[in-house]
Design a protein around this ligand. Sequence first.
Ligand SMILES: Nc1nc2c(ncn2[C@@H]2O[C@H](COP(=O)(O)OP(=O)(O)O)[C@@H](O)[C@H]2O)c(=O)[nH]1
Ligand SMILES: [Mg+2]
Length: 342
Amino acid sequence: MQTRGPGPACLHIVTGEGPAHGRQGHGTMVGVDGRAQAWFERATSDGRDNDVAALVAAKRGRRVSVVIPARNEEPTIGAIVAGIHDDLVRAHPLVDELVVIDSDSTDATSQVAADAGARVHSARSIRPDLDGYPGKGEAIWKSLFVTTGELMVCIDADLTGWGTHFVPGLLGPLLNDERVRHVKGFYDRVLDDGSGLHAPQGGRVTELVARPLLNLWRPELAAVVQPLAGEWAVRRDTLSALPVPTGYGVEIALLLDVHARWGLDALAQVDLGARAHSHQAVHDLGVMATEIIEVAARRVGAPSSGAEDATLWQYVRAAAPPWRGRDVPLRERPPAAGVAVA
Ligand SMILES: Nc1nc2c(ncn2[C@@H]2O[C@H](COP(=O)(O)OP(=O)(O)O)[C@@H](O)[C@H]2O)c(=O)[nH]1
Ligand SMILES: [Mg+2]
């Protein structure tokens, strides 16, 4: 395998004995390294060339919901929805529900998505008795109240390089292996310098925050290629059983929680080829990184703020101290399965 194990022994000592995954002995790398590597080898598959008709047959009556969280994605959402609708709703009955959850878009995201064939909900209009918050995780949590599929696939709305094979690729392990509860996509990232070249590494927050945290705190997950990938699949009963951070912590939370509760064999990953999306400014990524550190710290028992919101102060030369304060949403929604019916 390409992915290396968790590295030097000093990292291993820091990992300690976590609640559901402390079987490795201290002072040796063998067990940890072996588990991440063995998982990579048995749980990684190629998601680029699925036989869609065979996957439709493998549904055996189960329903599939595709959920696309979107905020101000007017330029890209139309092609994504139309592509999935054409190939996987109309040409093959793989996707039963194609749903966009829009939060507070100020552009024509909702209209474009509806015109392209999606059912569109505004996150705040779903179960208004439960209040509403900004954020990607909030949109995904709210989607549980307006979708019915036993199997759910999430796709980002800002993709500029992608293919409809993402959806069957992500569903394959869920349809073919009852033990698998959560499937992560991974891909080369297409560089945004106009060269068209591919980079095998993840984005900045993946390489500088998520991967280091996993290697330090949950080394069994060190071979997850793209832990923050926005393209993933999950069983409804699994997502419904877990708390969901309202912001960008949704992906790392799901990964850590599925692993802690059901073990490594509940996870699989698929190679989806290459992907391109719009890139964010580093100050925006700073907010995202803060969310991910907090969400991960809570789950491994590391010191965390425990707050529902925090402020991240970012230096701006033109601003007087305390510079620019960025709101960081740290709220988590409770497991949807325990929320009273409206
Ligand atoms: N509904 C909704 N979607 C969001 C929100 N924030 C981000 N998203 C969507 O989540 C996906 C990933 O967000 P993005 O900002 O591209 O994050 P990145 O790809 O990790 O840099 C995109 O489809 C966004 O439109 C939000 O507050 N509400
Ligand atoms: Mg993006």
